[in-house]
Design a protein around this ligand. Structure first.
Ligand code: AMP
Length: 281
């Protein structure tokens, strides 16, 4: 695997590959890699001749300083992980490479910024939009891979690509889960054994919601049941929303909507977890 920390050397390498007719798949990550990331890398490897993975913990998307400081940093393990996964190129820039100066441009996403992750993590998507736009300009991939795990992130990146005419395809990869249903996440490594035992409640809430919706229960009943579940397990629920899966607008009438997403966020101690489930009626 080729490892680059600088933009120029990465671009020279990729330019040469492109001249040789290779197409480029791109998997942006923040490291502490797990099987969820492998699914993205495998998808990229099957569609492209070269797979580039980036590891960059983007400070501008953290609205919580302690979350940024405590975010797991395990670059040597990650390098081995990527070698084993058959990744071709790792781009792992330092902050001064990605942000040589504070940007004056701001990227915001209108109403998409004001709901769910945008509402509870003010400024988060502005940071994501900025770093993903920078990475797309640097790597210029043919195909870029994102996880359904961060559904709202995928939707805003779709808007970023269409609004700014990025010449690439976006591919969304389904959520990879642990055996007990917990969605894999780099933050899971910070859970205490006791918190880890409780963590499957996020997925449980989604499946309870799905069952109730299929039984044609009212939205208010579905929400109440999920709230009760979190109360019983003594876990702080931040939000549980049923939204249209394309627009992420809140569903008002379950009978009028076919494609929806159930989205949940909450805290185990100071660790914030999110999950979602797509539902087609
Ligand atoms: P992160 O390193 O957490 O920023 O994630 C990098 C990419 O991996 C994002 O597109 C995530 O949505 C995706 N991802 C993270 N966890 C999972 C998972 N459990 N299943 C599928 N994709 C995931």
């Amino acid at each position: 695997m080729q490892v680059f920390q600088e933009i120029g050397s990465l671009q020279r390498f990729l330019e040469n590959e492109r001249k040789n007719g290779k197409n480029i798949g791109f998997v942006p990550t923040m490291g502490a890699l797990h099987e969820g990331h492998s699914a993205l890398i495998n998808a990229s490897k099957s569609d492209n001749s070269i797979t580039v993975c980036s590891i960059y913990i983007n400070p501008t998307q953290f609205n919580n300083k302690s979350d940024l400081e405590k975010y797991p940093r395990v670059i040597s393990e990650d390098k081995k992980f990527l070698e084993n996964a058959g990744c071709d190129v790792l781009f792992c820039p330092l902050d001064q490479v990605m942000y040589p100066e504070k940007p004056t441009v701001e990227i915001s996403f209108g109403p998409l910024d004001g709901i769910m992750e945008g509402k509870f993590r003010p400024g988060h998507f502005r940071g994501v939009g900025m770093v993903v736009a920078k990475l797309f300009h640097i790597v210029q991939p043919d195909n870029a891979y994102f996880g359904q795990k961060d559904l709202q992130q995928f939707i805003i990146i779709k808007r970023l690509v269409s609004d700014l005419f990025f010449n690439l395809n976006l591919i969304v990869v389904p959520i990879v889960r642990e055996a007990d249903g917990l969605a894999m996440s780099s933050r899971n490594s910070r859970l205490t054994p006791e918190q880890r035992k409780k963590a499957p409640v996020f997925y449980e809430a989604l499946t309870v919601g799905e069952t109730l919706i299929k039984q044609e229960e009212e939205l208010s009943v579905v929400k109440k049941e999920v709230e009760q579940l979190f109360l019983r397990k003594e876990i702080q629920l931040e939000y549980f929303e049923v939204v249209e899966s394309d627009s992420l607008y809140p569903v008002k009438d379950l009978n009028q909507t076919k494609n929806m997403a159930l989205c949940v966020a909450g805290y185990l101690g100071e660790i914030r977890l999110i999950d979602n489930l797509l539902l087609i009626l």
